[in-house]
Design a protein around this ligand. Structure first.
Ligand code: HEC
Ligand code: HEC
Length: 338
């Protein structure tokens, strides 16, 4: 009898444990879901498989476009085989995995949102215009002719990668919100970002790959950087998105040191902001057409570091923060104007 009772208790215990474990797993899953997939209405974008690129002339163009994104330097860099019109970086250095990863500047929405109005140039931009913008700013280079095979390839790749999403959104009435598009918007710090603290972050977490002087590591035999530069004459220029510390911090928080992802970020938000401030205080090339940017000064993002501004805050605060007070002051101005 004792044996039967003992066995019974054991069975009951293992059943309870199973149920409990299941509940526990579900709880964790739920939490993950809540953390990473909110709001649930967001679409989770699954980039198309490169194997599905058709074996046609159009398919060849898409494949070439993907190559240009991944190995830009080999084609368009200082020793490029097509032209020498960029600084040696690859598009993929900032649009990770050929623009397919969440929170890593992916290309999910390009096909469905362009041509689109952008305030930086106060005009409607085509995909080609946007590609040239990154070429001139992030790759500190020259624009490609819209009719060149290279530009056609870039555009073909970008339209292909977001093609399904575009088809779905054209069928529906509006463009979907894609979970993980662009980068994660980090909370503002209550203080100004601190370049000294940022230097420490750089020395601890970045310098081993990107180099003591942020110069990166160029490999002659491959014709590209193994580790891209963070400043200096081969880095992005002052007109690039990365030159705004919110963009830099958001990208770095979820993707650097290389190998981390949004699932397990290594840096805290504070470290990300501080290292962004440090890196963007180092020397780099000036963008020659800077004066044409943000023609409507009220549209300048709070962390755009070049005046004049429509508010009364000075350049240093627009560069390093704190940004919340700028945002609040702007909100008040627009309320008054209504
Ligand atoms: C130094 C980093 C960097 C490099 C290199 C870079 N980009 Fe970008 N790119 C960005 C950032 C940051 C954004 C978004 C920020 C913004 O809108 O200003 C962006 C935005 C874009 C967009 C618009 C995405 C959208 O959804 O609106 C396209 C298209 C694009 N880049 C293409 C390219 C191509 C093609 C190359 C290579 C020729 C390239 N980029 C190289 C940083 C970079
Ligand atoms: C293990 C090596 C490694 C470490 C450590 C590392 N990175 Fe990177 N980083 C890379 C590589 C590789 C890329 C390019 C990714 C690609 O092309 O797929 C990159 C790209 C970047 C880019 C975009 C391209 C550019 O050069 O502007 C930035 C910004 C960046 N890293 C910042 C940082 C910061 C800040 C840290 C420290 C917090 C850091 N990285 C630590 C390897 C590293």
């Amino acid at each position: 009898m004792w044996l039967t009772a003992g066995l019974g208790i054991l069975i009951l215990f293992s059943v309870w444990r199973r149920i409990w474990l299941h509940e526990y797993r579900m709880h964790i899953l739920h939490q993950k879901h809540a953390l990473y997939q909110q709001p649930v209405t967001n679409i989770v974008w699954i980039p198309p498989d490169t194997h599905t690129i058709p074996h046609t002339a159009e398919g060849d163009l898409i494949r070439y476009g993907r190559l240009l994104v991944v190995h830009t330097a080999r084609y368009l860099g200082p020793k490029g085989k097509i032209a020498h019109i960029s600084n040696g970086m690859n598009c993929q250095n900032c649009h990770l995995a050929a623009g397919t990863l969440p929170f890593a500047n992916n290309f999910s929405l390009v096909a469905s949102t362009y041509p689109k109005y952008r305030a930086r140039n106060d005009r409607v931009e085509t995909v080609a215009f946007r590609v040239n913008a990154c070429l001139k700013r992030s790759l500190n280079g020259e624009a490609l002719d819209t009719n060149s095979r290279e530009m056609k390839a870039f555009v073909a790749y970008l339209l292909w990668i977001g093609g399904q999403l575009h088809a779905n959104s054209s069928a529906g009435s509006r463009t979907p919100t894609v979970w993980g598009a662009g980068t994660e918007k980090l909370n503002y710090l209550k203080r100004a970002a601190d370049t000294n603290a940022g230097r420490m972050v750089f020395m601890t977490y970045c310098q081993n790959c990107h180099g003591r002087h942020g110069q990166g590591l160029w490999v002659d035999s491959t014709g590209e950087y193994q580790y891209p530069p963070l400043w200096g004459k081969h880095s992005y220029n002052t007109g690039a998105g990365m030159y705004r510390i919110s963009q830099f911090a958001a990208f770095v928080k979820n993707n650097m040191p290389f190998g981390t992802s949004y699932l397990h970020p290594l840096l805290t938000d504070e470290q990300a902001w501080d290292v962004a401030a440090f890196v963007n205080t180092q020397p780099r090339q000036a963008y020659r057409d800077l004066k044409y940017d943000w023609p409507r000064i009220a549209d300048k993002p709070v962390d755009y570091p070049f005046g004049p501004y429509a508010d009364s805050f000075q350049e240093p605060q627009h560069k390093y923060g704190p940004f919340e007070e700028i945002e609040k002051a702007r909100a008040n101005i627009s309320v008054k104007q209504q």
